[in-house]
Design a protein around this ligand. Structure first.
Ligand SMILES: Nc1ncnc2c1ncn2[C@@H]1O[C@H](COP(=O)(O)OP(=O)(O)O)[C@@H](O)[C@H]1O
Ligand SMILES: [Mg+2]
Length: 266
């Protein structure tokens, strides 16, 4: 069973895209065949791998046109275990394009179905909103991973995200689970980081991943070179932390598989 992980937080600039890119690369490096899908109109995950001239069809066509198959849109990367479903600005129009489609929230789930057997992991990067793109991601997913920036007001807004999560679990996708919360841009020298870590821990408890992603300038630089942190600066703290996060993700996904099997058998 393929693990499909939505990376979501309706705040911008909290490390969703950085986590989507580098977690995907780290999963691939651990031998998991991984598909990273970019659902953000800003297409930062896409630009981190490809020049715009290399992109023709994108997730916009897949989600808006029934004749465009996802398999034909997916692009290989330099890592043979890592593939990308590219995004582009047109995704911002999707809300309008799908208005009136009764199956609007299911477009991604339907598009993914024929390719799932080819991948161990699918990672979905989402825009900073809880609109149709993020809803499509959560309807299609087995898991939700929430990056939270170690900054004041970090937790503000997460209740809206969790409310959306509960609504999606209530009807379209009862199988969706919270995989975890990861603290990003942590700076051990600042009180802000320590305070917010404490606060996030109190609110999220066990769900919080043990791995924290520290503030690391290498993580900011690598997309400009069309590299992930694993090839750009393999010994940097950012690379080490994303590899640790991938190990925790794999462990939680595998534990969850056992739980789901036991639930199915009961
Ligand atoms: N751990 C980190 N250390 C330093 N800079 C980071 C880190 N994570 C993200 N950034 C930078 O912060 C900005 C926002 O991150 P991004 O991943 O694009 O967030 P989002 O996708 O949630 O909007 C980007 O410029 C990114 O390079
Ligand atoms: Mg982003």
């Amino acid at each position: 069973m393929t693990a499909i992980i939505t990376i979501a937080n309706q705040k911008g600039g909290v490390g969703k895209t950085t986590t989507a890119i580098n977690l995907s690369a780290a999963l691939a490096q651990r031998g998991k065949k991984t598909l990273l899908i970019d659902l953000d109109p800003q297409a930062n995950s896409t630009i981190a791998f490809f020049d715009s001239s290399e992109i023709s069809q994108t997730m916009f066509e897949v989600l808006s046109d029934a004749h465009t198959e996802l398999a034909g849109v997916i692009k290989p990367t330099r890592d043979p275990m890592l593939y990308v479903g590219p995004g582009r600005l047109a995704l911002a129009k999707l809300e309008q394009v799908l208005a009136g489609h009764f199956d609007a929230p299911y477009k991604l789930k339907d598009a993914l179905a024929p390719v799932l057997r080819d991948y161990d992991y699918v990672v979905l990067d989402t825009p900073p909103s809880l609109g149709i793109l993020t809803v499509n991601a959560m309807v299609a997913s087995t898991h939700l991973l929430v990056p939270i920036q170690a900054a004041y007001f970090a937790i503000e807004g997460t209740d809206d995200l969790l409310e959306t999560y509960e609504r999606i679990r209530a009807r379209p996708n009862p199988a969706l689970k919270v995989l975890g919360v990861v603290i990003t841009m942590f700076d051990r020298r600042t009180n802000i980081s320590r305070d917010t870590h404490g606060q996030i821990k109190t609110v999220f408890g066990e769900v919080l991943f043990k791995t924290r992603i520290g503030k690391n300038v290498r993580l900011e630089e690598s997309p400009a070179y069309k590299e992930t942190i694993l090839t750009f600066a393999p010994k940097s703290p950012g690379a080490i932390e994303y590899k640790k996060l991938a190990a925790e993700v794999i462990q939680r996904v595998e534990e969850d598989r056992v739980t789901r099997r036991a639930e199915d058998a009961a």
